[in-house]
Ligand binder design. Structure first.
Ligand code: SF4
Ligand code: SF4
Length: 452
């Protein structure tokens, strides 16, 4: 994963942990040079034994490099390609700088674009703001429509934060029905604060008020899963659900590093050629070297990186080792393992309660999908299977009119009982006005002298 502008971005999303990372390279122009670009593409190609090469651009905001940089990257791919080699270029962007010229380029070169959008306007604008603190919803939606107009393949990356996590169906249905996307990534925001209140290093056991809470996250994911498994299997692809099914099928990789047994294959390349163990560990301690001095493939195979990869499973606490959904969760990402287990052991994932709820909740439908696929039937048949089963109380409540008596027999209306957390498309949500506190910015002095 290459970061040609380092952590530099034209926006200032309040929860973005990259913002402070600019200060790790004081005085840097944060632009990948032509030499570093050529070394990266050449070494990436040389390091591949397989014919398909993925070139992943990330940020910060990669489009700040301008189109010519990416045109050069495509020329270099052509220059160094071996016979039979194909390239998949991917880019994660906030979408605000896209225009027709960009989208023509992306379409011509078969880019897969990941675009960040956190839900309907009020939810998106809660944290995704520009440097003046103004919401970016309109500019991002303009970017989505341009991608659609030019037929660029794209997916939507939605962060799950303290605010939008209370509105799972509003978020999901907005993406599906109003944006019209068929590919969704849901990434939890866990912003860990060190003793200085900075989200710069993987230290501290406190999280920011922007971070999603474990139980809240579990509710968010299970609610969306139920909507998906009831209506959209085979039509809408939610990355986490796909990864879960792959783990239920026992496949070698889930397709998401956080749900694999070990780490190690997701190097992060900074703008100056420095290589780090992972995009979430761009810190001096995890710097493996620089591609000007050492081939990237050597850095990937280095003892330091192999150990980094193994640490994911080696450091699992007992609670994870004994957990019945470990095969699906694998203790998630080590960067957020700063909670304490029920028996007092350090190193549990902060979102454990949410992941546990999610993975146990989806066990039956995930097993059903796996069985269908193994029998050569389409995964979408799960919708008919689930629909024919006697529903549980929650499901019955979710299907009943909100003002009817709750099927549990409590005498309360559905909306005050088992249907409490539910919203329906006929009842549009009125969102409160969310005004996030501006993120406290840190100074170079504090970064260079952390003890201050
Ligand atoms: S540290 Fe987290 S993000 Fe990085 S490779 Fe491991 S699981 Fe993936
Ligand atoms: S659900 Fe919790 S205990 Fe189970 S593997 Fe995941 S983090 Fe560990």
């Amino acid at each position: 994963m290459a970061k040609p502008t380092g952590a530099v971005c034209n926006l200032a999303c309040t929860y973005c942990f990259f913002l402070d990372k600019e200060l790790l390279y004081p005085g840097s122009p944060f632009r990948m040079t032509g030499e570093a670009l050529e070394a990266y593409i050449r070494q990436l190609i040389e390091g591949h034994e397989t014919p398909q090469v993925t070139v992943a651009w990330q940020g910060g905001e990669p489009t700040l490099m301008g189109l010519d940089f990416f045109r050069t990257a495509i020329e270099l791919q052509e220059r160094y390609r071996r016979p039979g080699m194909t390239f998949e270029n991917t880019m994660q962007t906030n979408g605000t700088l896209l225009d027709d010229e960009w989208c023509e380029f992306l379409a011509e070169n078969d880019y897969l674009v990941g675009l960040s959008l956190d839900g309907p306007r009020q939810l998106h604008d809660a944290y995704r703001v520009n440097k003046d603190g103004r919401g970016t919803f309109d500019r991002v939606m303009r970017g989505v429509r341009l991608l659609q107009k030019h037929g660029v393949e794209y997916n939507i990356l939605t962060t799950v934060n303290r605010i939008n996590a209370d509105y799972p169906l509003e978020v999901y249905r907005f993406l599906r029905d109003e944006v019209g996307t068929e590919w969704i990534q849901l990434i939890p925001i866990v912003e860990r604060l060190d003793s200085d209140g900075l989200a710069l290093r993987q230290e501290g056991t406190e999280v920011s008020e922007r971070s999603v809470q474990p139980e809240q996250f579990g509710r968010f994911m299970t609610t969306i899963f139920d909507e998906w498994v009831g209506n959209d299997v085979g039509r809408v692809y939610v990355q986490t659900f796909e990864a879960a099914v792959r783990n239920w099928l026992g496949m070698a990789s889930s397709g998401m590093c956080v749900f694999n047994e070990n780490c190690g294959a997701a190097l992060a390349l900074e703008h100056n050629g420095d290589v780090y163990s992972c995009d979430h560990y761009v810190e001096p301690k995890y710097r493996l070297g620089n591609i000007a001095d050492t081939q990237m493939v050597e850095l990937l195979g280095s003892d330091q990186q192999r150990q980094f990869g193994r640490d994911k499973s080696d450091t699992l606490p007992g609670q994870c080792r004994r957990c019945e959904v470990r095969f699906a969760c694998h203790g998630e990402c080590p960067k957020s393992r700063f909670a304490v287990t029920a028996d007092g052991e350090q190193g549990l994932h902060y979102l454990c309660a949410g992941w546990y709820e999610f993975f146990t909740h989806i066990d039956h439908p995930a097993k059903t999908i796996a069985a269908l696929l193994e029998a050569g039937q389409p995964a979408s048949d799960v919708m008919a299977v689930m629909g024919s089963e006697v529903p549980d109380l929650e499901t019955m409540a979710s299907r009943a009119p909100r003002n009817s008596p709750c099927p549990c027999g409590s005498g309360l209306k559905v909306k005050h009982c088992h249907g409490r957390s539910r919203t329906t498309p006929t009842e549009p949500t009125t969102f409160p006005v969310f005004v996030a506190e501006p993120r406290p910015r840190v100074t170079r002095t504090r970064i260079n002298n952390p003890e201050t």
